[in-house]
Design a protein around this ligand. Structure first.
Ligand SMILES: NC(=O)c1ccc[n+]([C@@H]2O[C@H](COP(=O)([O-])OP(=O)(O)OC[C@H]3O[C@@H](n4cnc5c(N)ncnc54)[C@H](O)[C@@H]3O)[C@@H](O)[C@H]2O)c1
Length: 274
């Protein structure tokens, strides 16, 4: 259902790789709500993914950019303003990658140049995106910038590895840059801390299947899907949330405030009987 919440708003959406991506679902929902946008992803992802299909469905232009490259980001922001015909109202940073996770190195055996690369892609890029937008005065007043995080920034999830540290850094950048963006440009900056979601990035984490099933049983409302996340993001891009900023917003069916649930207890009690 469409409420026309983003009618006339213009934005940039990072990170749509395939239809499972949170950014993909968000692009579809933003389009339904009347927003127009540029889609962007790393040049290498363009070759792997199916972003053209999404661009056709949403009448979006694709502008490739490695989110760790200031040069690419400057080009992206300048071209986006040209294509969209003015300043930007919303930005979604939906980017994450750890080389240590990908190559199966445990948290206690990191290769630090991989750690640095993962940090740059997953957290540093958020600062770079905002710094480019800020310096070029590219955001409209009362615009909204959202990045996606995960609760491993606050609690221990061993197999999430160095991504836990990257997410803690990402959330801190949202607060720190959000202050300046709010003070100087009336732009809000938030992170959404999303449930485990079956995407390329999500499924890359060791033990993901067991973990997503556990989170489902722990959460009174069940896990939030990519589409649920898209809907929440639309609300944060809309004018209905103008005074929400510097927040890390849990979007996880209640998981983050749970100790234990009946469903999890039952699973353990069953095990004891065996
Ligand atoms: N899937 C989950 O369980 C989950 C849970 C909480 C938060 N998140 C976060 O959601 C966000 C989106 O991930 P997703 O789950 O949709 O997976 P995804 O794999 O579909 O998306 C990750 C995206 O990051 C892009 N990317 C990687 N390196 C890049 C670079 N240098 N420049 C630009 N883009 C680059 C990839 O091409 C891809 O499109 C990430 O920040 C992820 O950490 C995911």
């Amino acid at each position: 259902m469409s409420y026309g919440l983003l009618k006339g708003k213009k934005g940039i959406i990072f990170g749509a790789l395939d239809e499972n991506s949170i950014a993909w679902q968000t692009a579809l929902r933003v389009h339904e709500e009347g927003g127009s946008f540029v889609l962007t992803n790393a040049p290498i992802a363009m070759r792997m993914g199916t972003i053209n299909e999404l661009a056709e469905k949403t009448n979006a232009k694709i502008i490739p950019a490695d989110a760790t490259s200031i040069e690419d980001l400057e080009n992206l922001v300048a071209e986006s303003m040209e294509v969209l015909g003015g300043k930007i109202d919303f930005v979604l940073h939906s980017i994450g990658m750890s080389v240590n996770v990908r190559k199966g190195r445990s948290y206690t055996d990191q290769k630090y140049d991989w750690t640095a690369k993962g940090w740059d892609v997953s957290a540093g890029s958020f600062h770079k995106v905002m710094q480019v937008l800020y310096k070029h005065d590219a955001m409209n007043e009362w615009g909204s910038i959202v990045a996606l995080s995960y609760m491993a920034a606050q609690r221990v999830f061993p197999d999430y590895n160095d991504m836990a540290d990257n997410k803690a850094f990402l959330e801190s950048i949202a607060r720190s840059f959000g202050y300046f963006f709010g003070r100087d440009k009336n732009v809000r900056v938030n992170t959404i801390s999303q449930s485990p979601t079956p995407t390329t990035a999500g499924k890359g984490v060791k033990g993901f299947d067991g973990f997503i099933a556990y989170a489902e049983k722990m959460s009174p409302l069940g896990n939030a899907s990519a589409l649920d996340c898209a809907n929440y993001t639309v609300s944060l891009f809309s004018d209905l949330t103008k005074k929400v900023t510097l927040q890390n917003l849990f979007h996880d069916g209640g998981f983050s405030n749970m100790g234990v649930s009946d469903a999890v207890m039952e699973a353990f009690e069953e095990q004891q009987k065996d």
